[in-house]
Design a protein around this ligand. Structure first.
Ligand code: AMP
Ligand code: ZN
Length: 472
């Protein structure tokens, strides 16, 4: 498999540190509000990557943090803690807010068929790990105390900027909102590892530390949680493109300074979902959530399908028109899948399977090209394979894509059957007579009965699933 590595800015063959095993880390949500569908685009694409690695036979361990402290309104260490802002907004405690929005996040994930990572760790559970790593960084000369806070000294590194020849707008996020420069910093790029009471006195959650009562910076959380559960070598680190700088740049700085060797091999960044008016936001314009889409009648899996139709390294524009187009394509695909349901559990033609799975694998081996992988699904349905082989292919492909093709097809067949139960007795009787006439090869009579059925406002037709009766 080849994936684009943002750190080398090249597509590279994926070779994990330990053969057959993958250590994968994902920056989790900051749980001060609902996730918007842009955030969820990132988690959908990461889910496909994880499931494809599993499909290939890797033993994947995936870890995600929950940011419940330390993420300030500016990623550049200024402003309020987002959690505190959320708590004030809703007149609740930070922990109440964290619990509520963590649950809401996983509800959304479930609706979108996003698998829960093997380990989910809230930052507030790891304070002793943060203190251990920060203490070591101070000892090694990579961190210093100033004005009551502990900072990472970026001048001690040979190379600090890793991802930085990206477009300015991708980097702007670190210094946005015209906030004041922190005068405690020795170098402009230095960042906070630990805040103490000298700053943000009203912070609700605080812990004792060798440097005074305070709380951790956002960046140190991900480094420590990753190392705690995945050890010293990380294979893939994922996140939205806005996290490249400063968040991921800082994670690399502090992890490698602490470990004394390279840390993460592949960086997988998902580009943004935008609206017509620009970047998606929780504070301006329509706050686009999964629940909002549902309230407008959209199946969350249609949104997942919409995301998969585009490559993760391209910005994607959300509009209801675009979503409607995806919904139409999804329904057509489901209808085609319904025609192969009778192949379930049948004998699979191994040679045909191998021939048809190749297109799917080629698509995903080529930097997770999900749009091409969907084309491979259509190719299976169009092929001359038997239904048992088609069914197995769709089942395996949908394990990775997770757009619920088989479940949706079964549901549509069921709802047609239920609709059939509303058919008046008189029509059912005529349909029965027509079937008998057909059986007796009396096609003239069969046609006559069909005309009668049509006259009464019903349509009877033969499909691959058998006779279907519906209202005209
Ligand atoms: P947050 O909850 O703000 O920490 O963000 C959660 C994830 O969503 C991070 O990986 C972000 O990089 C990502 N993200 C934020 N905005 C967008 C967007 N508009 N499109 C895609 N991913 C995003
Ligand atoms: Zn992170």
């Amino acid at each position: 498999m080849y994936i684009y590595n943002s750190a080398s800015r090249k597509k590279e063959e994926f070779i994990p540190h330990t053969e057959g095993k993958v250590a994968m880390y994902t920056c989790g949500p900051t749980v001060y509000h609902y996730a918007h569908i842009g955030n969820l685009r990132s988690y959908i694409m990461e889910d496909v990557l994880e499931k494809y690695l599993r499909f290939l036979g890797y033993d994947v361990k995936r870890v995600m943090n929950i940011t419940d402290v330390g993420h300030l309104t500016s990623d550049g260490d200024t402003g309020d803690d987002k959690m505190l802002k959320g708590a004030r907004r809703e007149h609740k405690t930070v922990m109440e807010i964290a619990k509520f929005y963590t649950d809401a996040f996983f509800d959304d994930c479930q609706k979108l068929n996003i698998k829960t990572p093997d380990v989910v760790e809230p930052a507030t559970h790891c304070i002793s790990e943060f203190i251990k790593v920060i203490s070591s960084l101070i000892e090694k000369g990579y961190a210093y105390e100033a004005g009551g806070n502990i900072y990472f000294d970026t001048s001690k590194l040979e190379k600090y900027y890793i991802f930085n020849d990206f477009a300015e707008e991708d980097l702007e996020v670190g210094v946005r909102e015209g906030v004041e420069e922190d005068t405690n910093k020795r170098n402009k790029a230095d960042f906070v590892l630990w805040f103490t009471k000298s700053k943000f006195d009203d912070q609700e959650l605080k812990w004792d530390s060798p440097w005074g009562v305070g709380y951790p910076g956002w960046h140190i959380e991900c480094s420590c949680i990753s190392m705690k559960h995945l050890g010293e070598y990380l294979d893939i680190h994922c996140g939205g493109i806005d996290n490249q700088f400063p968040h991921h740049t800082n994670e690399i700085a502090q992890s490698e300074a602490y470990l004394g060797h390279p840390w993460c091999r592949y960086w997988f960044h998902i580009h943004h979902l935008n609206t017509d008016s620009g970047k998606m936001s929780k504070s301006s314009g329509e706050f686009l959530t999964v629940s909002l889409l549902e309230s407008k009648g959209y199946d969350p899996l249609v949104y997942r399908f919409f995301c998969l139709q585009s490559h993760y390294r391209k910005n994607l524009v959300f509009s209801y028109d675009n979503l409607d187009n995806a919904a139409g394509a999804y329904q057509k695909l489901v209808a085609k899948v319904a025609c192969v349901l009778d192949g379930k559990g049948g004998n699979v033609d191994k040679a045909k399977y191998d021939e048809l799975i190749k297109g799917f694998r080629d698509a995903l081996d080529g930097d997770i090209n999900t749009a091409q992988a969907i084309t491979a699904v259509y190719d299976v349905l169009k092929s001359d394979a038997d239904n048992a082989t088609k069914y197995k292919l769709i089942e395996d492909m949908d394990y990775v894509l997770s757009v619920g093709l088989i479940a949706a097809a079964e549901k549509s067949v069921k709802s047609k059957e239920n609709a059939a139960s509303d058919i008046p007795d008189e029509i059912n009787e005529l349909v029965k007579q027509r079937a008998e006439a057909r059986k007796a090869k009396d096609f003239a009579k069969a046609d006559e009965i069909r005309a009668k059925i049509t006259e009464k406002g019903w349509i009877v037709e033969e499909t691959r699933q058998g006779t279907v009766i519906r209202k005209a």
